[in-house]
Design a protein around this ligand. Structure first.
Ligand code: UD1
Ligand code: CA
Length: 419
């Protein structure tokens, strides 16, 4: 099944309801732009040809698409979803088959749902198949209009709907698959006869119905998958849904999350089996944690953190761009930034790697089995040798030799006076 499908991702809208200088599709969900999820989806579906319609003013979206195989096309003025699709069609001139329309602001769809939609569409040889959903609070979505035989006869947008139409609970998720030639025929006929004076893609359905085309629908059971992100409130809901998915995936892979509701793990973070994450912990993307580690509560592991196995990172510990080798401990409030720690290092409470000198970030390096006393400040660039010790409260400004002990401000080698 599933032959000849091309995809058009609509991502040129102004995103006015976000009240943001950042293009809507680049707002992040679990640490990565919303649009990445759509790009993943077309990749997973193995769709060969995908066009993303983007806003001429959004050069950063074009830049973002560069590493992918998705071709961008500009929509000069965002005159509506039908106008957006129109911009993509010339790039699909030689393509024959079905066109799947995805919206850049619908990031949570799964491969299974879209496969179901495409399979149903092709099996029934439909001209258009809509992904719809029946929801208790349909506010803001286009409503599905059906005739006396229950056949879909059109879609009415909330803004243009009368009271009866507003009471309809079946909504247009926005995801539709069309036979290309049928879509091309009706696109030309769409007029901006609505409150927003936009060319609505949804109007294609009523036009197809008039032409006696076969219009089908597939229902998505879990509507959270098809949620559209138009505002910051919806963005936060999407973050919650994705976070739950990611946390569940972690647990399935053998990671203990003691309180998934208070643990924030970004997309792309990797955690080994039998690691335990305590509540109120934030783990950003590009973080790798080994096996049997214990993290948190209240830990913040930022980008570029690499923890090997059997590591203990406790309360109020922040790490960034740092590597920590096996069996090291940082159990109480401290900052480890741009640092490289060997095996079995003990980081005392209150330790700070002072990595920023006002101009650039500098590296701290701590050898295996070193013992960093409580409240030590390592003024980078600095090296603390293997088995070295820093006294409580020392400010280390110079390298410390292997096995040496330093104390004081600034830290100096510790000498014992013989009696
Ligand atoms: C749209 C649907 C609505 C559906 C809802 C689902 C239309 C007319 N309405 O409404 O039936 O229930 O999605 O979430 O399609 N875009 C462009 N160019 C434009 C306008 C929009 O590329 O000129 C893009 C946007 O970036 C966005 C998508 O199309 O990704 C949908 O546009 P949006 O304005 O968010 O439509 P909704 O009001 O949500
Ligand atoms: Ca939308």
């Amino acid at each position: 099944m599933k032959k000849n499908v091309a995809c058009v991702i609509l991502a040129a809208g102004k995103g006015e309801r976000m009240k943001s200088a950042i293009p809507k599709v680049l707002h992040e969900i679990c640490g990565r732009p919303m649009l990445s999820y759509c790009l993943d989806l077309v990749k997973e579906l193995k769709i060969v040809q995908t066009i993303a319609v983007i806003n001429q003013k959004h050069a950063e979206v074009k830049q973002f698409l560069k590493p992918s195989r998705v071709k961008p096309v500009f929509q000069k003025n965002p005159l509506g979803t039908a106008d957006a699709v129109k911009q993509a069609l010339p790039l699909l001139n030689s393509f024959k088959g079905d066109i799947l329309i995805l919206y850049g602001d619908i990031p949570l769809l799964t491969k299974e749902t879209i496969n179901k939609l495409l399979n149903f569409h092709q099996k029934n040889n439909a001209d258009a198949t809509l992904l719809t959903s029946v929801i208790a609070k349909p506010h803001g979505y286009g409503r599905i209009l059906r005739d006396n035989y229950c056949t879909i006869r059109g879609i009415i947008e909330e803004k243009d709907a009368n009271e009866f139409q507003k009471s309809i609970k079946e909504v247009n998720t926005g995801i539709i698959v069309f036979k290309k030639e049928k879509l091309a025929q009706v696109l030309k006929l769409i007029k901006p006869n609505n409150r927003k004076k936009e060319y609505y893609l949804t109007d294609a359905i009523a036009l197809l119905y008039k032409n006696s085309a076969l219009i089908e629908s597939v229902k998505v059971e879990d509507f959270s998958e098809a949620m559209g992100i138009n505002s910051r409130v919806e963005l936060s809901k999407a973050n919650q849904v994705m976070r739950k998915r990611l946390n569940e995936r972690m647990m399935k892979e053998g990671v203990t999350l003691l309180d998934p509701d208070s643990i924030f793990i970004d997309y792309g973070a990797k955690i080994g089996a039998d690691t335990v994450i305590y509540p109120f912990t934030v783990i950003e993307n590009d973080v790798k944690i080994g096996k049997r580690c214990s993290i948190g509560p209240f830990a913040h592991l930022r980008k570029g953190t690499r923890l090997k196995d059997d590591i203990l990172v406790g309360n109020f510990v922040e790490t960034v761009r740092s590597t920590i080798a096996e069996k090291s401990f940082a159990k109480h409030f401290c900052y480890i930034g741009d640092a490289k720690l060997g095996r079995a290092v003990n980081i005392g409470a209150g330790t700070v790697t002072a990595n920023f000198d006002g101009k650039r970030k500098n590296i701290s390096s701590i050898g295996g089995h070193a013992f960093i006393g409580s409240d030590s400040v390592l003024v980078a660039p600095v090296k603390v040798g293997r088995h070295a010790v820093t006294g409580a409260g020392s400010v280390v400004t110079k390298n410390v030799a292997d096995g040496a002990t330093v104390v004081g401000v600034p830290a100096k080698p510790f000498k014992t006076t013989k009696r």
